[in-house]
Design a protein around this ligand. Structure first.
Ligand SMILES: [Mg+2]
Length: 233
């Protein structure tokens, strides 16, 4: 059987972290550099963590040395679990059900394609017990340019499952225009969900293969990807 590969975005798609990512970045700014201030105007949704860190360093005039970046990331990762616990982080409706069914389905492989750093992704998903659903992933450790992440995910999927995943059998599930553009960059299909900041009509305007208001009706999700997960003539 030819497998279908579903690559998931995290924030706004699988879960809402209650702003925990931003709060942890702010806490680390204080703990590592003794700096506090506003992140207003910095775009978070759909951006990669290294890109966001670059904007923060620029805003607060922190020199972008390898040591400063590494220290800041360590501070962010250290702050994340405690902040997740008090931020009202929640898995979005329907997602757990979809993940359980997908994990049991022999025709479906799942991975991550996210702007999170790998350790941040593990903290956010692990908090909800969801990390183990994703044997492979592409993260912003691989590239700070989201549009470059697709090939990393495909290469790791081939390594893990031992089969090729042609782009037409790969779906991105994501909540922002950046997810749609990222899918287009490597020829994958894309299901956009309006559970992040962007509205369904704004997402639809970018021409994804499908748009859902939310994943609260798992049957609607399977109607979108279902035609692709069995052997086709
Ligand atoms: Mg997102």
């Amino acid at each position: 059987m030819q497998k279908l590969l579903i690559l998931w975005d995290i924030d706004g798609t699988i879960l809402h972290s209650g702003g925990a990512g931003m709060k942890a970045l702010r806490a680390a700014l204080q703990s590592v550099f003794g700096v506090s201030g506003s992140f207003s105007g910095i775009e978070f949704a759909g951006r990669t963590d290294p890109w966001i860190i670059r904007q923060i360093f620029s805003r607060f005039a922190i020199e972008e040395t390898r040591e400063n970046v590494a220290s800041y990331i360590d501070g962010y990762i250290a702050a994340l679990p405690g902040i997740l616990a008090e931020s009202g982080a929640a898995v979005l409706p329907g997602v757990s059900e979809i993940l359980v069914r997908a994990a049991e389905h022999p025709g479906v492989a799942m991975g991550l394609l996210t702007g999170n750093l790998r350790r941040g992704a593990q903290a956010k998903l692990g908090f909800h017990g969801l990390w183990d659903y994703f044997p492979i992933g592409a993260f912003s450790d691989d590239s700070e340019v989201r549009n470059e992440l697709g090939p990393y995910a495909l290469r790791r999927a081939r390594g893990h499952w031992g089969v090729d995943f042609p782009a037409e059998r790969v779906w991105i599930v994501g909540d922002t225009p950046h997810d749609i553009l990222c899918a287009r960059a490597f020829g994958a299909r894309v299901l956009a969900v309006a559970t992040g900041g962007a509205s369904a009509s704004d997402l639809a305007a970018l021409g994804p293969d499908a748009v859902l208001e939310h994943l609260g009706d798992p049957a609607a999700f399977w109607r979108v990807v279902g035609p692709y997960y069995t052997q086709r003539p």
